[in-house]
Each structure stands twice: as C-alpha cells, then as structure tokens.
Design a protein. Sequence first.
Length: 322
Amino acid sequence: MQSVSSPLVSVLIPLYNAEEFIGGAIESCLNQSYKNIEIVVVDDHSTDRSLSVAKQYESEKVHVLVNPKKGGQSARNYAYQCSKGRFVKFHDADDYSTPGLIEKQVERMLTDGDEDTMVYSLLHQLETNGEMAVQTNMKGKDYFNPIDFAIDMLRYHAFFCPHCYLLTRKTVDAIGGWDENVRILQDRVYFVKAAEVASKVLFVDGEHAVWRVFDDGIHVHSQKTPEKMRNAIETICDMAMTVLRYKDNADTREVCETFIGRCIYFDFLSFRPILPYVNELCGRNRLKWKKFRNERFNILYSLLGWERTTALLLHIKQFSKK
C-alpha cells in the first residue's frame, strides 16, 4: 500500500538464463532497508532453470511473469506495464545493490525532487577475480540542467547500469518505453532519453549499485555480430545527436566526436568489418569520430597506420587474457 511518506517502489527485472544469479538479485531487493517495494520479474523464455528459481521467491512482494513477446527490451516494458509503483527501478537479473540504496534514493527524491526528477548513484564493478572498483571516473553530483548529465556520460565514457537510477512513473511514461529495436547499448540510450525529459538529476552518495562483469563468450556483451555493430553505431550516433540538438558548440562537438571514437577504438575488432558503414553514417549526420590512440605506440602508428596498429594491439590484448 502506497503512502505519501513511503511510496511504493517497483523493481523491474528482465530475466534470461541467469539461474546462478537471479536468486541473489531478488534477495538483494528484499533485503533493502526500504520495505515498501514490489519486485516484478519477467522471464524472457529462458532455456535454463531461471524461471523455476525465480518462482521459488513468489510472494505478495515478488511477482514472476513470462514475457508474451521476446527480447530484453520488451521484457522490461512488460514488467513496467504490470507494475504499480510511484517510483520505478529497472534492475538486471545478475546484479545487486547495497542495502540502503533504495531508501536513500527515495529520501532524496521526496526531499529535493519532483515528479520529473531522476535520482542516481554510482556503479561499482565486480570483476571475475572478485575485485571491486568504481566503474566510472565521472564524479557524482547534482545536475539542474539534465542534458549536462548526458553530456558528462559521453565526456567520461561513463556507464551506469539500470539499477543505479530511481525514476518516477511520470518520467518513465514520458520516455515512452525501452526501444525494442535497439540491440546494444540499451542502457545508455534509455537514460540519455531520461535526461531529455527530466527536470533535474540528483545524486545519492554512500550507497551504490553493483555490476557483475562476465567474460565467458556467452553473455550478450560478447555476442557482437556485424548486424549488432551496425545497430551499435546507429545508437551511438543517435546519442550524440540528442546532445547536439540541445547544445551544439565546440565543447559538445569535441565530447561527441571523442565519445564515438572511443566506442569504435575499444571495440574496433567488431567495428572493423563495417567501417565503411560507420563512416557513411557519421558523414550523413555531419559527425566525425576521433581516432583514439595509445600514445605509447606512436612508432607503430607511424609505420602501420591507425587501423592496423589498433587491430594489432587489441589482438594482443585478447591473446594475453587467454
């Protein structure tokens, strides 16, 4: 039951083949110090035991459903349709949060926010070796011009998982749902859109979200087909154009060109087969991309050129991980 002082928070979890982690994700939500929550889990036709594990947690607070369509974006949208909370937190099935995250975010929202406010906290990254680190060098602060938050996301190449944020229902409605045609970088696209419609973006310190990093060749992060990479560069350009529509000056142009270049550089082996399309698309949008380079290898760049040197360095990096 919702109240003015303790409004209902809907935590929405799309689920696909995460049987090892879904229990921990649900328990992380149930163990929050803030108790007026509902958890809506939508299974996206998992082929492992994810659905049966999730169903073990069904209760008045935990609702487990099956996606009538297919895809993580549609699962998030369906979970939202089935939710009732005044506040909304999207949450991946293999991640978790510190126990006070929701309470502190709700408190900040009620104290300093309005029905168009977005609240966020920093993301910590749990590596496969068990080490934990802050995921971004972007400093947490309040933004009273929300597009500046989107600009800083691009400036610092910052990544925040969905459960870093707390949104109002009004904001989620204004965004218009998760775009089911976006197949990669979905989180960044969604929260850049959120910054477009928000009145302000407020920071909550002292609690954080946790993102588990996988490097097993199975998870979506590693499945980068040419089709997905075409979708990725389209998405990256769309984010840049969103920023430039609001603030097109020398600084934001520099931010956008550097952001596009860094995205291409760090995933160059996947982007390389579609470079003609990358250049054509950027040109069509009057965008450039900066050829980011590791300055330690300037001699190699001068001998082999940017493309070959970048591919060589990334191949070496991949080989060293094996």
